[in-house]
Design a protein around this ligand. Structure first.
Ligand code: ADP
Ligand code: MG
Length: 217
């Protein structure tokens, strides 16, 4: 495997690798996401996400999507139907809006990646009404969208987005939650990173990893 892939083709095979890699990474970090959610929520985020992404992989094992948009739409349907709580509808809306944004494009360039991520973030905001700084997954998505918009090509946009999401997730630690279950804790929500922001960072990092490996798609 190469250390990196400049200008990888972001096509339906990449989209499938992204979903499979997301499932793998969420599975690896299942307990961590549970622990994070136990600190400021109800402890189900890792379980919720793992269930949803396992369902996505099961669907991919049945049939490979025939476009990037179809892959994202399938993911949306699975997350909406299999994941309870706040995260299921929020991520479901994100993938559905992302699917619409990429349209019938065969492969995504930098602009398409930025548009896809912006649509996902806008969907989450439309659904959950969280603003930047409310200590939610939006605090990972928004810096990711901003970083992707400045990148030269699709691969660079994904890499910039993932790094920004990771920094954004970490930056939720001192914040007091103003949306979601964690907001019930008030000031006591400070001092813990937001689980949804962390899962967002994992999912966006998976998009980068998916550019590097063409195996096991
Ligand atoms: P629940 O809170 O119903 O148990 P999860 O634990 O699966 O659902 O997901 C919690 C995550 O959902 C939070 O860490 C946060 O990132 C995200 N979240 C909750 N409410 C909102 C909202 N209104 N807008 C954006 N994200 C939200
Ligand atoms: Mg929860």
């Amino acid at each position: 495997m190469m250390a990196g892939s400049d200008n990888a083709v972001l096509d339906k095979a990449w989209a499938e690798r992204w979903l499979r890699e997301s499932a793998r990474v969420i599975g690896v970090h299942r307990e961590e996401l549970i622990d994070l959610d136990r600190a400021i929520g109800d402890g189900d985020h890792g379980e919720n996400m793992d269930r949803g992404f396992r369902a996505i992989v099961a669907k991919l094992d049945e049939e490979s999507p025939d476009s990037v948009a179809a892959a994202l739409k399938m993911a949306a349907m699975m997350l909406m139907s299999k994941v309870g709580g706040a995260a299921g509808p929020l991520y479901g809306t994100a993938y559905l809006r992302a699917s619409t944004a990429v349209g019938d494009g065969v492969a995504l360039d930098g602009q398409a990646v930025a548009a896809m991520l912006a649509a996902a973030r806008d969907g989450i905001v439309a659904r959950g009404k969280a603003q930047a700084g409310d200590k939610t997954m939006v605090d990972a998505w928004t810096p990711a969208v901003d970083a992707a918009g400045k990148a030269a090509d699709g691969t660079a946009a994904l890499a910039a987005a993932a790094a920004a999401a990771e920094a954004g997730a970490e930056a939720t630690k001192p914040l007091v939650a103003r949306k979601g279950r964690a907001s019930y804790l008030g000031e006591r929500s400070a001092g813990h990173v937001d689980p949804g922001a962390v899962s967002t960072a994992y999912i966006l990092r998976a998009a980068v990893t998916a550019t590097m490996s063409k195996a096991d798609a």
